[in-house]
Design a protein around this ligand. Structure first.
Ligand code: CNA
Length: 313
């Protein structure tokens, strides 16, 4: 995108929840940026909420910084730490939240241009959001790859290991290693360690280890998927007419920077439990997002249906 980063100014004409409902009704290319807060009503912890967030739990287990668990160098160094904790955020949900239903409603009304989700729980797919309208900015548990040979498998293949808090190893590496004659295994080990002498001295060597499998979620220090940058710069930044940000602390770049990179005349709405200061949203609707989106729909004259919304509402 050509424009340089510049903190946008609030647009004076939009202030109230009724303004927000009117914007929903009148906009046709809506960009929705979502975070962990849209899944907490299903019992999936977010990262940073006080008392319930995953990072606080990690601290009670003695780790200083929650982000360390999702650092790629730390993962390569000690994958067992990630595997001992990841079970808590593993998606085993068979249902989605009213806020996911709201996204689906926007899609059904052909108003959802793109949902940029930071979530890795794949619940957007369960709610029926089209792949073409969904960017999983931080990847997902849907697939996993070997850190050594890059072999990719469906994510479910390593779920048992994650639940058992056991480091998942690559089956392809394991098979390749098993097929090699013992001498070759030794040579592989020697080369790997840059030893000069590869002569057979009859000594004992460890067989090389199979690579560690990592869910294809984006760790700190890893690149975001290409389609994130492409879709944002080549399409959405040029023609969205409303931005709605839901259930995120907006602390993780580059997603946190998206609102300030968009044309400043495009109205922006923020929905979350805690207000934020580092982006000048036009309207901040502070509260439980399931309640807020329900109320927004009511005021827009739309009916949001979901099993968690009491029928008399
Ligand atoms: P975060 O930093 O934990 O922020 C979540 C925000 O949502 C907080 O500000 C909360 O106050 C707010 N919130 C929580 N529950 C609700 C609710 N019911 N209604 C309204 N607001 C609520 O998480 P972010 O998404 O901002 O951070 C990005 C990380 C979180 C991504 O890399 C994700 O992969 C990661 N994450 C994802 C999941 C998931 O996929 N469900 C779970 C935990 C973490």
């Amino acid at each position: 995108i050509q424009r340089s980063y510049n903190k946008r100014q609030k647009l004076a004409q939009y202030n109230t929840i009724d303004d927000a409902a009117k914007l929903l009704r009148t906009s046709h290319n809506i960009m929705v940026i979502t975070g962990a807060g849209i899944s907490t009503s299903l019992g999936i912890p977010d990262f940073r909420s006080k008392g319930t967030g995953f990072y606080e739990r990690i601290r009670t287990l003695g780790y200083e910084d929650g982000e360390d668990v999702f650092n790629i160098d730390n993962f390569d160094d000690k994958p067992n730490i990630f595997y001992s904790l990841a079970g808590d955020i593993l998606p085993d949900q068979k249902r989605f939240s009213p806020t996911h239903a709201f996204l689906r409603l926007l899609q059904d009304k052909d108003r959802l241009q793109t949902n940029y989700t930071q979530n890795i729980d794949n619940l957007e797919g369960l709610a029926g959001i089209d792949k073409e309208r969904l960017i999983q900015c931080h990847g997902s548990f849907a697939t996993a790859s070997c850190r050594k040979c890059r072999h990719k498998v469906p994510g479910e293949e390593i779920f048992d290991d994650i639940r058992a808090k056991r480091v998942a190893r690559c089956r392809r590496c394991t098979q390749t290693i098993a097929k090699q004659p013992k001498k070759k295994q030794k040579a592989f080990k020697l080369r790997k360690n840059d030893w000069e002498d590869s002569s057979d001295d009859g000594g004992e060597y460890d067989v090389p280890e199979a690579g560690v499998m990592k869910p294809d979620i984006t760790f700190f220090g890893e690149q975001l998927p290409d389609n994130f940058f492409q879709r944002f710069t080549e399409r959405d930044a040029k023609n969205v007419d409303l931005v709605v940000v839901i259930g995120t602390s907006l602390k993780v770049a580059p997603v946190s920077e998206m609102p300030n990179y968009l044309p400043h005349h495009v109205p922006q709405i923020f929905i979350s439990r805690e207000p934020i200061q580092h982006v000048n949203f036009d309207i901040q609707l502070i509260g439980d997002c399931d309640h807020v989106v329900f109320e927004l729909c009511r005021r827009a004259g739309w009916s949001l249906k979901h099993e968690m919304i009491p029928p008399h509402f």
